[in-house]
Every structure is written in structure tokens, then in C-alpha cells.
Design a protein around this ligand. Structure first.
Ligand SMILES: *Cc1c(COP(=O)(O)O)cnc(C)c1O
Length: 389
């Protein structure tokens, strides 16, 4: 058995504790459950030097992950490159720009991180059939890990999802249901189906372990920067798992004595045609109202709302971060600027972070000397239309 300091599950809103040995989704209050660890014991018995020589994937942080025992499935996810971007930085006016290249993950996006841990844990807790709504990458990743684990998966995708996502998931044996509407409509359809009782729902933040997989981006940033956290993290945000997860990771690492404050200022980037978190942040709200008629070619950002809204907003405020929306045209320009400068063809969501840097320099939120990490969350090769000029 892998060593893990996982202790219990706790509601991120009401604080209710739940048994971690059961297959669970949300807290009975309807909000996300968070995994909690025995951090004092871990601080005394585990050190960052113990990471040396471990495999370059996210399971190197297994002490701070749940233990799926023999049900762990991996395709080598995590420990993606953190690359200096001198040419892109110069073109934007930044001296220390860094790129976290998440397209190197299995199925070409960082969704692999969350699904590796969530599918492993679902299998360990006895699930045999999985289901989720997805805008694209989550479905591809769920299909891959379900195949690897020998589980069934039903995917509910908006019919506007680029074809490669659907074909990739079907190739791995997923049952794909295409629906008119947004990912929220897909979620409602999933919930209304009669099979629903046999399915374990892997929707964003509706089970506790995708978040744990995604939080490893925070551990990697710290380890790759020799435990000096960057000044700012720019993150294209849909359901917010990665943003919330990294913030959780920073707090865990502080308790372990591995990093110190200040933590990075967190920046949420959304699309002008779907910006519920930007609107809620600007209004000073605790929760976000769902966005009507979401429109953007960045499928991962076409998320009108979600159960983690209050955690995203809390992270923004605690980190003294900010939220902004960019246009699809600016995302496309961002893709090309990045590809010409550094040779990486990213997705529209990644392009959005490049557009965000320009804007944040103009507003004075960013200063040229700051160490800023952009998350390139997936490959551009599944969104060919966004590459056409
Ligand atoms: C899902 C997705 C996002 C949004 O990630 P969250 O952590 O759910 O906010 C961003 N980019 C891409 C490519 C995605 O697939």
C-alpha cells in the first residue's frame, strides 16, 4: 500500500465530516467535499527531499493523495514541463514569464490529472459505471482512464463540442450522448436519466478526487521552482478545479513547512461570452449566478456555473487576485503569438492566458519584473478551427 496521510472528507462550505471509505459525491448540503490530511504527522515524517528519485508523474505526491491501493490507474499523468518563455515574454513586456505546458498529459490536457485520481478512487470504492457531462477534454480523459480501469463510462457532450473529442472518447469505448445546449444542460440530462442511480457522477467538484489530482499542479510549480512560489498564476477557468486545487496545495505545503507566504496572486481568465466568475467577482458576490446562453470556442470555458463557485471566489479574494474576460478573437491571436514565439500550439483556453497578460499589464495588475506562470491547459490540435486564420 502507498503511504498516504489522507484522513477524512470535509464539506468546503458547512464543514460536515464524511466517511472517506464510502463512494461519495457531494456533501448532503449540496456543496463540494474536500480531502483533509494529517498534516502535522506528515510534516514530522515526510520531507521534500523524499521526492528525489521518484517517478516524474503526479503520484510522486502520494502522501498527499488518497490511496486507491491496487485500483490505482495511471497513464503517466503530471510532472509536465515548466518552461521559460523569453521570446513570448519579450513580445508582451514581461521579464520572467513561465509556461506550464499541460498538453503533455495523456489525452492532451490537464483533465488527465483529475481523472487519474478520481477514476482510481471510484474503482477503489466499488463503482463500475461512470458518467459525466463534459465540454470535451474531461470526457476524453474520463474515457481513457475508464478504459484503463476496465470501467464503463457514459459521456454527455454538447453537440457543439469539436469532433476530435467525441471520436477520441468513442475510440476508448465511452458511450457518447450528444445534446443541444451547454454543459449545464448536459448535466441536467444526465441527472434525469433512469440509469442515473447506477452511475457514479464524475462531474466537476461533484466528487472529491478530481480536485486532488488537479492540486498536484501546485505541488509541481513549487518543486519545479525550487520551492519559491511564483508571484502570479494565470489560469483559464471553467469549473475552477485547478485554481481551487492549487490554492489548497499551497496551504498544505505551508503546513508541511515546504513553502512560505506570500502565495501567488491567482488570476481567473474567462471568455467574454461566458464569464460568470468575472461578473460575480466584480459584484463582490459569494456565489455566481449562472451565465445565460454561454458562447465561446474555448470549450473548457463554456461553463455557465458550478458547485465550486464560492471556492473560486474565495481563492480570488484570499490571494488578492483578479478575474477578467477576453474575446475569442484575442484567444486566437494569443495562440498565434505563443506559437510563433515559442513553438507551442495551445488550445483557445491557453491562448486566453496570453491575451490576459497583455490586458493585466495595461491595467497595472502585472509588473514586468514579476514571475508569472501561464497555464497552457491543453493541446491546440483538437480545436483545428481555432487555428484557421
Ligand atoms: C476544463 C478545461 C479548463 C478549465 O479548467 P477548470 O479547472 O475546470 O476550471 C481550461 N482549459 C482546458 C483546455 C480545459 O479542458
Amino acid at each position: 500500500m502507498a503511504r498516504s496521510f489522507f484522513d477524512h472528507l470535509e464539506c468546503g462550505y458547512c464543514g460536515e465530516r464524511m466517511d472517506k471509505e464510502q463512494l461519495v459525491g457531494l456533501c448532503p448540503c449540496g456543496r463540494p467535499l474536500l480531502a483533509r490530511y494529517r498534516l502535522e504527522e506528515a510534516a514530522a515524517g515526510w520531507s521534500r527531499e523524499d521526492l528525489r528519485g521518484r517517478e516524474p508523474n503526479l503520484w510522486r505526491y502520494q502522501e498527499m493523495l488518497p490511496d486507491a491501493g491496487e485500483h490505482r490507474v495511471s497513464l503517466g499523468e503530471g510532472m509536465t514541463p515548466l518552461l521559460e518563455a523569453p521570446r513570448l515574454g519579450a513580445s508582451l513586456g514581461m521579464e520572467h514569464l513561465l509556461l506550464k505546458e499541460e498538453s503533455m498529459n495523456p489525452t492532451g490536457s490537464f483533465k488527465a490529472r483529475g481523472m487519474a485520481v478520481a477514476v482510481s478512487m471510484a474503482a477503489a470504492r466499488g463503482a463500475t459505471r461512470l458518467a459525466l457531462p463534459s465540454a470535451g477534454n474531461a470526457g476524453s480523459a474520463a474515457a481513457a482512464y475508464a478504459a484503463r480501469a476496465g470501467l464503463e463510462v457514459d459521456l454527455f457532450l454538447p453537440d457543439s463540442t469539436p469532433t476530435p473529442f467525441r471520436l477520441e472518447a468513442e475510440a476508448s469505448g465511452a458511450r457518447v450522448h450528444l445534446l443541444a445546449g451547454s454543459i449545464a444542460d448536459c448535466g441536467r440530462m444526465l441527472a434525469s436519466r433512469t440509469e442515473q442511480r447506477q452511475w457514479f457522477d464524475l462531474s466537476t467538484l461533484k466528487e472529491p478526487y478530481r480536485l486532488e489530482g488537479k492540486k498536484t499542479m501546485g505541488y509541481e510549480l513549487a518543486e519545479q521552482l525550487d520551492w519559491q512560489l511564483p508571484d502570479v498564476v494565470v489560469y483559464p477557468t471553467g469549473g475552477g478545479t485547478g485554481l481551487i486545487g492549487m490554492w489548497k496545495a499551497f496551504a498544505e505545503m505551508e503546513a508541511l513547512g515546504w513553502v512560505r507566504r506570500p502565495f501567488p496572486r491567482m488570476v481567473v481568465v474567462q471568455a467574454e461570452g461566458c464569464a460568470p466568475m468575472v461578473r460575480a467577482f466584480e459584484a463582490g458576490a459569494e456565489f455566481a449566478e449562472p451565465w445565460e446562453n454561454p458562447q465561446t470556442e474555448a470549450a473548457g470555458l463554456r461553463v455557465p456555473g458550478g458547485v465550486g463557485d464560492f471556492l473560486i471566489l474565495r481563492t480570488l479574494r484570499e490571494s488578492e487576485g483578479t478575474a477578467l474576460a477576453v474575446s475569442d478573437a484575442d484567444m486566437r491571436r494569443g495562440i498565434r503569438t505563443l506559437a510563433r514565439a515559442e513553438g507551442m500550439v495551445t488550445c483557445p483556453e491557453g491562448g486566453a492566458t496570453v491575451a490576459a497578460v497583455r490586458r493585466l499589464l495595461e491595467t497595472g495588475f502585472l509588473e514586468p519584473h514579476q514571475r508569472v506562470v501561464l497555464f497552457l491547459t491543453g493541446t491546440g490540435l483538437k480545436y483545428l478551427e481555432s487555428l484557421v486564420v
